[in-house]
Design a protein around this ligand. Structure first.
Ligand code: FES
Ligand code: FES
Length: 419
């Protein structure tokens, strides 16, 4: 398959500047069969990038590429309103938009509306008024109500049935839905409260094609991108791993890479630094594919200790994905002489919340260990002057398949030896 074409760079070529697809004059953008486009936008205030075929809808990109399954899909014809999201401040049917139309757009999904422990007043009101039965239409109702109250604060209760008629409810729960929206409109006549789970776009998405940064990136430049203090939770980590590997590079060769944070980051598949904030603090991001769910974490890194004598570094990191999932990590990496090569030792405590924590300690542990294995091999090759670096995100399915195959081979070998 062809590598994804960066859409922002393509649009730059067509328009002479970075911009949205509708600005691409009348020249036709041709995309070969099997070719994908790399599209960057902001979802719930966080930068997100997807590699998609041009035919992929926004609803599919949100659900299948970013794991934001709160956006439901009903008719896929623009009729039912289940897929309603807010795009650049207006409600939109995500099933009727192509993801590749949305370079630089700001998108808000129901995941951005509130957090489990900090619900939006609309969500509170839906619960209070029993405004949902099966809940299938609820994300669309909430996003539609948010958009309505955002544009028409203090709207009269009598107008709600018509104004809210764009989202269908098969459980016929309309009366309660109207009660829920009316109460929020009455309590907040000056405007609907802001969403509770939207970050400000604070990171600069990397432009992978050598073209100009996307509109989201330009917006991000306006935001506060300063370093933040990383505080590790005082609780037991979700996953604690320890990895030891023998490599061919010498400790001096390895340290030359470890002393250069940019080169070191590029040894971790799917990871990249997007900003150097000075004082060994950085902004970075990492993409991880967990089966059909593709997560893109962006966040802060602080190299808290860099000891050349013992050749060890300690790094703290915290990052979140577009759905509000969170990872915090404390990583220790050290190298020591081992024969003609070196021994690499890594320890990591990982604290996870949100969707990534749903994959269970065992899988998360296996994936993390395999990632460190890949990292060590890339570090070794880089230190020896090779260029092994791949920016492809690690795939949990591929890793688990490899791990399962390795375990099966072990079992077969043991049985064979016994016989
Ligand atoms: S799924 Fe988009 S309107 Fe029905
Ligand atoms: S609550 Fe079931 S479809 Fe609306």
């Amino acid at each position: 398959m062809n590598p994804p074409r960066p859409l922002s760079a393509t649009l730059d070529r067509l328009t002479g500047r970075s911009g949205r697809q509708e600005e691409a004059a009348s020249e036709t953008l041709r995309v070969e069969a099997g070719e994908t486009l790399r599209v960057s936008f902001t979802v719930n205030g966080r930068p997100a990038t997807v590699d998609v075929a041009p035919r992929v809808t926004l609803s599919d990109a949100l659900r299948d590429h970013l794991g934001l399954t709160g956006t439901h899909i009903g008719c896929e014809h623009g009729v039912c309103g289940m897929c309603t999201v807010v795009v650049d401040g207006d409600a939109a049917r995500a099933c009727l938009l192509l993801a590749c139309q949305l370079e630089g757009a700001e998108i808000m999904t129901v995941e951005g509306l509130g957090k489990p422990d900090d619900l939006h007043p609309l969500q509170e009101s839906f619960g209070k008024h029993h405004a949902l039965q099966c809940g299938f239409c609820t994300p669309g109702q909430l996003m539609s109500a948010y958009d309505l109250l955002d544009h028409e604060p203090g709207i009269d209760r009598e107008e709600l049935p018509e104004k809210m008629s764009g989202v269908l409810c098969r459980c016929t729960g309309y009366r309660n839905i109207m009660d829920a929206v009316a109460e929020v409109a009455e309590e907040h006549p000056d405007g609907v409260p802001a969403p509770r789970n939207c970050a400000s776009a604070a990171l600069l998405p990397r432009d992978n094609g050598g073209g100009r940064a996307s509109a989201a990136a330009e917006h991000a430049e306006d935001e506060d991108t300063g370093p933040v203090e990383i505080r590790m939770p005082q609780t037991e980590p979700t996953v604690a791993i320890e990895v030891d590997e023998q490599v061919r590079a010498t400790p001096d060769e390895l340290w030359a890479v470890m002393a250069d944070t940019d080169r070191l980051a590029r040894c971790l598949p799917g990871a990249e630094l997007v900003a150097d904030l000075g004082d060994d603090r950085y902004k970075g991001r990492i993409r991880v594919a967990l089966g059909p769910v593709k997560l893109a974490f962006v966040g802060d890194i602080h190299v808290a200790e860099r000891d050349e004598t013992d050749r060890r570094i300690v790094a703290l990191a915290q990052a979140e994905d577009a759905g509000g999932g969170n990872v915090q990590a404390e990583v220790l990496l050290s190298v020591s002489p081992d024969g003609e090569g070196s021994a690499v030792h890594a320890e990591a405590d990982l604290h996870m919340t949100g969707r990534i924590a749903q994959f269970g300690r065992s899988l998360a542990g296996d994936v993390s260990r395999e990632m460190f294995g890949q990292f060590t091999r890339a570090l070794d090759a880089t230190a020896r002057g090779e260029e092994p670096v791949t920016t492809a995100p690690p795939s949990a399915i591929a890793m688990v398949t490899q791990l399962t195959a390795a375990r099966l081979r072990g079992v077969v070998n043991r049985i064979t030896r016994r016989n």
